[in-house]
Design a protein around this ligand. Structure first.
Ligand SMILES: NC(=O)C1=CN([C@@H]2O[C@H](COP(=O)(O)OP(=O)(O)OC[C@H]3O[C@@H](n4cnc5c(N)ncnc54)[C@H](O)[C@@H]3O)[C@@H](O)[C@H]2O)C=CC1
Ligand SMILES: CC(=O)C(=O)O
Length: 350
């Protein structure tokens, strides 16, 4: 380590001390392979925002993390609490402010601010309260980070993703809702539990609304690459449709159950959103069931509606929607889900 110069050369500021502490090495140019600086902003530092922030930090997904909330004390408290973990985490600069200029130049803006359900309340019931908040939140995000990808988590997530798309003026590939990425994880967990296998070996999608009209794609489920329903049929192993419906019902009721028990959901959505952030920012081109502009896909033609479809995610956001096989029943359920969302959306003045 280089010796620090005598204290008479040091100014009072930290920067002066840092400059004195390390002798700079002359670099001729920045190597082209240098890692790109990545900035993520999280709006809303409640249960969900903080679960996402801490997962982003532990998974080393950003060089800079900006937090925004309407409550300055809570915001500063959360920022300091995360900063105090610096010795145990990959290096990330953590900023926080009630002023949206702190989000300037973000690659990804994750919106979690807003009202949450009380026990027994549906997600759609939160709509009017959270649309009013989005009118305050989305325009400054778009202003300070015009090239960002917006990832909406606040509920009802599908309608609010549509609202964010309208308010931001961004192209639809850069506005995504966390959608049924979480429901699909719950689905995979329950199937894995049923079959006593690892959930990561279960490929299974819930699509449509992140809510009561979600659709379980039973026909496409595979375990370790083996399509499960056709396998059972080939082996002449009987399964009851009611068993399948019961598992889907359990997925739909998952959030209600957790909210009844602990007041909110947080850890699973934290991992789900960090998983999406990784696919987007690291250009992973992985397929996730997320809320995207669904018009024109799978016979959904009623209007501009966002709902979850298996979409490929990369650095430019939504790169495409996978053309998976749906049975007639699944396709009809998906269109019904779109109708439900469109009906709610038609009451908005956005
Ligand atoms: N899409 C999904 O899968 C999930 C969505 N959610 C949704 O996420 C949202 C947040 O849930 P929680 O974190 O549990 O709620 P929370 O009440 O713990 O946190 C909400 C935060 O938003 C902040 N906020 C309110 N108005 C704001 C404004 N104008 N600007 C900035 N911040 C503002 C509040 O100060 C608070 O810190 C809810 O809408 C909830 O339903 C929750 C879990 C899963
Ligand atoms: C609250 C919510 O949307 C969920 O945990 O699924």
């Amino acid at each position: 380590m280089h010796k620090a110069p005598s204290s008479s050369n040091l100014g009072p500021g930290g920067l002066d001390i840092a400059q004195a502490f390390f002798k700079p090495i002359q670099c001729s140019s920045t190597p082209s392979s240098a890692k790109r600086h990545t900035k993520i902003s999280v709006i809303g530092v409640g249960n969900v925002g903080m679960a996402i922030a801490q997962t982003i930090l532990t998974q080393d997904l950003a060089d800079e993390l900006a937090l925004v909330d309407a409550k300055p004390d809570k915001l500063r408290g959360e920022m300091l609490d995360l900063q105090h973990a610096a010795a145990f985490l990959p290096r990330t600069k953590i900023l926080a402010s009630v002023d949206y200029s702190v989000t300037t130049g973000s690659d990804l803006c994750i919106v979690t601010a807003g009202a949450r359900q009380i026990p027994g309340e549906s997600r759609l019931n939160l709509l009017q309260r959270n649309v009013s908040l989005f009118k305050v939140i989305v325009p400054p995000l778009a202003k300070y980070s015009p090239e960002a990808i917006l990832l909406v988590v606040s509920n009802p997530v599908d309608v609010l993703t549509y609202v964010a798309w309208k308010l931001s003026g961004f192209p639809s590939n850069r506005v995504i809702g966390s959608g049924t990425n979480l429901d699909s994880s719950r689905f995979r967990f329950l199937i894995a539990d049923h079959l006593d296998v690892n959930a990561q070996d279960v490929q299974a999608y819930i699509v449509g609304e992140h809510g009561d009209t979600s659709v379980a794609l039973w026909s496409g489920i595979s375990v370790g690459g083996v399509p499960i329903l056709s396998f059972l049929e080939r082996q002449q192993i009987a399964y009851e449709k009611e068993t399948l419906q019961k598992i889907h019902k359990e997925v739909v009721e998952s959030a209600y159950e957790v909210i009844n028990l602990k007041g909110y959901t947080s850890w699973a959505i934290g991992y789900s959103v960090a998983n999406l952030a990784r696919s987007i920012l690291r250009d992973q081109r992985k397929i996730h069931p997320v809320s995207v502009l669904a018009k024109g896909f799978y016979g959904i033609n009623g209007g501009d509606v966002f709902l979850s479809l298996p979409a490929q995610l990369g650095r430019s956001g939504v790169m495409g929607v996978t053309n998976i096989h749906l049975t007639d029943e699944e396709a009809q359920q998906l269109r019904n889900s779109a109708e439900t969302i469109l009906e709610v959306q038609s009451q908005l003045g956005v």
